[in-house]
Design a protein around this ligand. Structure first.
Ligand code: ATP
Ligand code: MG
Length: 338
């Protein structure tokens, strides 16, 4: 086993003077791997993630435990050092898309924030990158959306903007807190495939927090199951989800209608692209992203069989009317905003 990129060991966290809400939690992720953290609401998933990034807020206290990035202890890191690490080396997709974007900043400015803070490129380059990233996460008409404000986007679109912002700096580790919870299944697949590509091509390690055991089962390498602030079971997905040893894990699994639904997310084999441009996806390549394994609407493409009912056209809400929501040339019609 190679050295984990991120390792959380024996973490105990309390808010204020109350009893700890997370006790003796451990999890880790290696390069190119995904570790899923699953558990009921309130079991301490977000607290663990935020503690791992020193983002607990004033009332949160880490009482015990170690957080290591590539073997380097982070628990006593100075704020200035944290600022160099966060975003650049360890990215975060926060849980709540509705409160995580600055309402006074355009979508483009939010995606460019990290690039600017870390001094990447000039204004024009950052703009190109932001638009290409918006395209990659399946945002329609990204040039137009770039100028919009969060209140003009749906929850699912905001979630994708947060994902674009988190991967903009190509971090080595991504902590994603329910990053696809507001997305419909097809857009979710787009995002999961993008994350798979980044794992395969950049060695990105992902901590993926989710309620969705089917997604964990299909995409993750390891799973950590939490209940009431503790880890009840952890290990390789193939072992934990097929042969759980704890009652709580069995109950969680029993509540998944069928792990067979994971087939709906089955990812295509990841074929490394010749160049996954470091910090720059030119718009030209972004207009026909290879991860969209859905039928094309290009003239030569086979037509949708007549027995497949077309999806009803959704008129854009007035607040979003200034951007085109229809399919763009070369873009998949399946990635309409959720
Ligand atoms: N800022 C806070 N102050 C006090 N208690 C908090 C705070 N944030 C979270 N908690 C408490 O900590 C516990 C764990 O919450 P946390 O948000 O980590 O759970 P979670 O597993 O992420 O839940 P969910 O699936 O609903 O997102 C809960 O009991 C919650 O009420
Ligand atoms: Mg949470």
């Amino acid at each position: 086993m190679s050295t984990p990129l991120l390792e959380v060991d024996g973490l105990t966290v309390a808010y204020g003077d109350a009893e700890p809400v997370v006790r003796d939690i451990s999890f880790a992720v290696e390069a190119g791997k995904m570790t899923a953290i699953v558990g009921e609401s309130g079991s301490g998933k977000t607290t663990s993630a935020m503690a791992a990034l020193d983002l607990l807020g004033p009332s949160g206290n880490v009482l015990d435990g170690s957080i290591r990035f590539k073997g380097q202890e982070l628990s006593n890191l100075a704020n200035a050092e944290w600022r160099k690490l966060r975003g650049r080396k360890i990215g975060l997709v926060p849980q709540d898309p509705n409160n995580s974007l600055n309402p006074l900043k355009t979508i483009g400015a939010s995606v460019e924030d990290g690039l600017e803070i870390h001094g990447v490129g000039d204004g024009a380059k950052r703009r190109r990158q932001a638009i290409a990233l918006l395209e990659r996460v399946g945002i329609d008409d990204p040039e137009c959306r770039y100028h919009q404000y969060p209140h003009e986007l749906s929850g699912g679109m905001k979630q994708r903007v947060l994902i674009a912002a988190a991967v903009a700096l190509e971090p080595e580790v991504l902590i994603a807190d329910e990053p696809t919870s507001a997305l419909d299944v097809t857009v979710q697949k787009t995002i999961l495939d993008l994350l798979d590509e980044m794992r395969a091509e950049l060695g990105l390690g992902i901590i993926f927090i989710t309620h969705d055991l089917a997604v964990a089962g299909d995409r993750a390498d390891d799973v950590v199951i939490m209940e009431r602030g503790r880890v009840v079971e952890h290990g390789p997905v193939s072992q934990v989800l097929t042969n759980p040893t704890q009652d709580y894990s069995r109950r969680l699994l029993a509540n998944v209608p069928s792990l067979a639904v994971a087939d709906a997310y089955r990812r295509p084999p990841v074929a490394p692209r010749p160049s996954f441009p470091s910090m720059g996806w030119p718009c030209a390549t972004a207009t026909s992203p290879p991860w969209r394994a859905f039928p094309s609407t290009s003239p030569g493409a086979p037509r949708t069989p007549s027995w497949v009912a077309p999806a009803p056209a959704r008129p854009p809400p007035a607040a979003r009317s200034s951007c085109s929501t229809g399919p763009r040339p070369g873009a998949s019609p399946w990635t309409a905003p959720s």
